[in-house]
Ligand binder design. Structure first.
Ligand code: BTN
Length: 326
């Protein structure tokens, strides 16, 4: 009920009487009063005036359970959502939840991770109070070979969520790094549990550099945060909710053909490597090629100097710009 009260107070932007809250949520005045007090304890400034009711002061978001619940506008993605102040890794938590029966669309969000995980076995620095770390659990009914495309679906959703929330136009460095001003602002780590031709679950973990921060020397040249780019504090709960909304939309398009054909135009329009020369880091030998765009399977189509077109698969090969990261 606290999240619903919060949503109502925010939407009304005026006093809402205790009576109205009691009637709306079919609870006693004491229950409303208790809920309001708990919200205050969490950091919300709610003014209570006799004969008028309750008024929520317009302030920065409180990044937490009720803020997230009250902002979620989806049918299934991000429902339910569970927020942790501190957790080892949202991906690990989502996997545990999946094993114990959590459903498609469950979302785990944290303010801080003690063992944040990145791709290729790296760690993901996850300090408190500034960034966004979340993992969406999916239990899809399609074959495992389709699942790698979900990372690209999430990349598109993140780019859209960032644009809607902050006004920043980000790009996607194929397959799934989100970049702004040529530097990485978000990484995505997709993991899954599969048995022969059956997916038990997929977890898609997203880490976004939201607030101002100092990056470790080894990534300082290639990483950026959203606050530094747009000059404003990032409303983190709104950002998560907007990403879930965009994910739900793009996932529905993906399901239509079980490929990215319905998303090609949107993806290629924001793909920062597409239409450029790239260095293909193939374990069998690096080479330079011209990146044309992705195909419906999410592979990057590159044209080599001899005019051959090759489809490169993200699991095995990564690409860099000729002169640097992008
Ligand atoms: C990358 O290396 O680019 C992927 C980074 C993914 C980090 C996110 S943060 C939320 C989720 N939980 C994790 O432990 N990792 C992912």
């Amino acid at each position: 009920m606290k999240s619903e009260i919060l949503a109502l107070l925010r939407e009304r932007a005026d006093y809402v009487s205790g009576q109205e809250l009691c009637e709306r949520f079919k609870v006693s005045r004491t229950a409303v009063w208790k809920a309001i007090n708990q919200l205050k304890k969490e950091g919300y400034r709610i003014e209570a005036v006799q004969n008028k009711g309750y008024l929520l002061a317009k302030e920065e978001e409180v990044f937490g359970q009720h803020e997230l619940e009250s902002r979620m506008q989806t049918a299934w993605a991000g429902k339910p959502v569970t927020f942790y102040d501190t957790i080892d890794s949202t991906n690990l938590r989502a996997k545990l939840e999946a094993e114990s029966g959590a459903g498609h669309g469950t979302l785990i969000v944290a303010d801080m991770q003690t063992s944040g995980r990145g791709r290729r076995g790296r760690s993901w620095n996850s300090p408190a109070g500034t960034n966004v770390y979340f993992t969406l659990l999916l239990k899809p009914e399609f074959a495992p070979d389709k699942a790698s495309m979900l990372t690209l679906v999430m990349a598109l959703a993140v780019a859209e969520g960032i644009r809607v929330t902050t006004g920043i136009d980000t790009g996607i460095k194929w397959p799934n790094d989100i970049v702004a001003d040529g530097r990485k602002v978000c990484g995505i780590l997709t993991e899954m549990s599969v048995e022969q031709d059956y997916i038990h679950y997929v977890v898609i973990g997203v880490g976004i550099n939201a607030g101002k921060q100092e990056f470790a020397p080894e990534i300082a040249a290639t990483a950026a945060d959203l606050e530094e780019i747009c000059g404003n504090k990032i409303p983190r709960a709104t950002l998560v909710a907007e990403i879930m909304k965009a994910f739900e939309k793009y996932y529905a398009l993906f399901l239509q053909n079980l490929d990215l054909s319905g998303l090609l135009e949107a993806y290629n329009a924001v793909c920062v490597n597409c239409g450029k020369e790239v260095r293909v880091l193939d374990p069998k030998g690096e080479y330079v090629a011209f990146a044309k765009g992705i195909d419906p399977a999410g592979e990057l189509l590159v044209e080599t100097a001899d005019g051959n077109i090759q489809a490169i698969y993200a699991g095995e090969v990564s690409v860099r710009g000729i002169y640097g990261y992008v």
